[in-house]
Ligand binder design. Structure first.
Ligand code: HPA
Length: 276
């Protein structure tokens, strides 16, 4: 049975008193160190939040950290769940709607991705401009939960135009090279065949990964604004010389994490000073 997100939200709200997070942050593979910069931390293990599947992947600690990044109040998922771990797609409704119910108006999500572009390599960041969904299911299949959003909803500009502009401006000011591109999402857990990567390029994919899209669908359904940044950890299968492994993902995820942390911290500072 689907667990209502108010169960987790109430547990969190009962412990955070006046604190109200404005931004939900999801940290992908190898990127969880950003949460260490959060001050006045209140931490919840996913195991203590009803309906939060516990992540089983190395590099995904599995806790929700509330507190301030700079001066911005955030709720940060240090590690996320993935469909390939066996979490049902419907679990994304519980997780994202919990963030919404505790006050988050914006979801900023990060991930590790393979690059389909020759000019964007391991260690670089790519701002996601749009996506192509090749997942076999969708968290929103089933009876519609009218209290969160309508049965049918648009995905035009799912990645918020104003937030993207802010990322661009901040990256420029920090001298961080921020590529932009379309994210193509597959369920995994296997990396792709060479033929699949050739096909994904023809489809218009510029980065490929196993996460993000289910979260973004639920967030857009309930009216949260979304921004997403991929840390490129490898050239996609058949494009580079190195074998693609999860260790490789974590290694290059950590390399990209420095720029990712600088970028996120400054974007949040900027949004705190001058909301858009
Ligand atoms: N493919 C799919 N998911 C990924 C990749 C990839 O090449 N790199 C990191 N996550």
């Amino acid at each position: 049975m689907q667990i209502h997100p108010s169960q987790s939200a109430n547990i969190i709200l009962s412990k955070i008193a006046e604190f109200k997070p404005k931004i939900g942050l999801i940290l992908g593979s190898g990127l969880s160190s950003l949460a260490n910069a959060i001050t006045q931390q209140i931490t919840f293990s996913y195991a203590d939040l009803p309906g939060f599947p516990v992540s089983t992947v190395a590099g995904h600690p599995g806790q929700l950290v509330l507190g301030y990044l700079g001066e911005m109040p955030v709720a940060c998922m240090q590690g996320r769940i993935h469909p390939y771990e066996g979490a049902p797609y419907s679990a994304f409704k519980t997780v994202i709607r919990t963030l919404k119910l505790i006050g988050c108006e914006i979801l900023i999500t990060t991930n590790a991705s393979g690059s389909l572009r020759e000019d964007v390599g391991p260690g670089q960041l790519m701002l996601i401009t749009d996506h192509i969904n090749l997942h076999p299911s969708n968290p929103l299949i089933g009876p519609n939960d009218e209290e969160f959003g309508p049965r049918f909803f648009a995905m035009d500009e799912a990645y918020d135009v104003k937030l993207r502009q802010r990322f661009r401006t901040v990256a420029h000011s920090l001298n961080i090279k921020l590529a932009e591109g379309v994210y193509l999402g597959i369920p995994g857990p296997n990396f792709e065949t060479h033929a699949e990567i050739r096909a994904f390029k023809i489809l218009g994919g510029e980065a490929v990964g196993m996460s993000t899209i289910p979260e973004v669908l639920v967030a857009r359904h309930c009216g949260m604004r979304v921004a997403a940044v991929a840390a490129i950890t490898n050239f996609a299968a058949g494009m580079g010389n190195e074998e693609i492994t999860h260790e490789h993902t974590l290694h290059y995820g950590k390399l990209a994490a420095t720029d990712m942390s600088r970028l996120m911290t400054s974007v949040l500072e900027s949004l705190h000073r001058d909301p858009c």
